[in-house]
Ligand binder design. Sequence first.
Ligand SMILES: Nc1ncnc2c1ncn2[C@@H]1O[C@H](COP(=O)(O)OP(=O)(O)OP(=O)(O)O)[C@@H](O)[C@H]1O
Ligand SMILES: [Mg+2]
Length: 307
Amino acid sequence: MPFLEREFLFTSGKGGVGKTTVAVALGRALAARGRRVLVGLLDASLGARLLGVETLTSGHMQPCAERLWATLIEPEAAIAEYATMILKSPTAYRALLENRYARSFFTAVPGLYQWAVLGKAWYHSQEHTAAGTRRFDTVILDAPATGHGLEMLRVPKLILEVAPVGVLRRDAELAWQTLTDAKRAGVVVVSIPEELAVSETLELVSKLGELKVPVAAVVLNAVHERLFNAEERESLTDLGERLGAPAKRLVQVGLERLLREDAEAKQMGRLAALAESLVKLPWVEGAATEPGVRPLVGALADALTAA
Ligand SMILES: Nc1ncnc2c1ncn2[C@@H]1O[C@H](COP(=O)(O)OP(=O)(O)OP(=O)(O)O)[C@@H](O)[C@H]1O
Ligand SMILES: [Mg+2]
């Protein structure tokens, strides 16, 4: 598994390709491999459903399974926690926020929200227990889709360029060191074998390269299993021409499946240069329905554990 040893992972990719599902499945897979894992999610209800827990709240580490915890990361709450840490007193922070001008200043700072989310997840990845051991071996942040995910990753670099010396700069510097170290961190780029998603994946990988943020893996999700061997493929095409209805209809369904498999194979071909970091996850039937969500996470976690 290419991401096994890293302490901080960040999922990104096109909208709707399965980032959140993969983040949770990856959490399960790493925990199954003996790591203590925290999954940071931005959406409480979906996260809770995927993890099979009642609820997720900000500031609380929800135990989900052996060695697996999840937490909700909300920008507002993260900013408050961070500011409290810097100002060393919640009262000072409240006083600051109660000031209308100070509040509008905070919300206007570009990247502050993104930094609050990324910085908080990163902070947990560096936490130690009183005994001096790491609190978590891996923190996975289920980050936003491509554009916003990239913006989020750029923020610590931006802070380094513009912020004066101080706590904010020091944390950004340490976070940036982690994020750009392939031994310690990486982006899990999630994709599906469809044209637009693959184009976005290639673009994201290239932008991450420019930013010098390593790609931990490219997870190609929802890949349809190849149902027919070469001989069966040939006879299906042949049968389609000879049979009458309704058998013809059945053959038609098989042929449609062939077309889909071929289209997916073509998209996978476009990712050939990334073959070394590519992990394929299966399409899971019935996953879109409510009861199907947990088995989906289980199936993807098994596939990731085996990767
Ligand atoms: N391997 C799979 N097989 C079948 N369905 C899947 C698979 N992976 C994810 N799905 C389904 O795809 C949908 C989108 O998944 P998910 O919410 O994880 O995507 P996302 O990339 O996080 O979306 P968003 O960009 O909105 O955050 C869900 O209905 C999920 O159950
Ligand atoms: Mg999501």
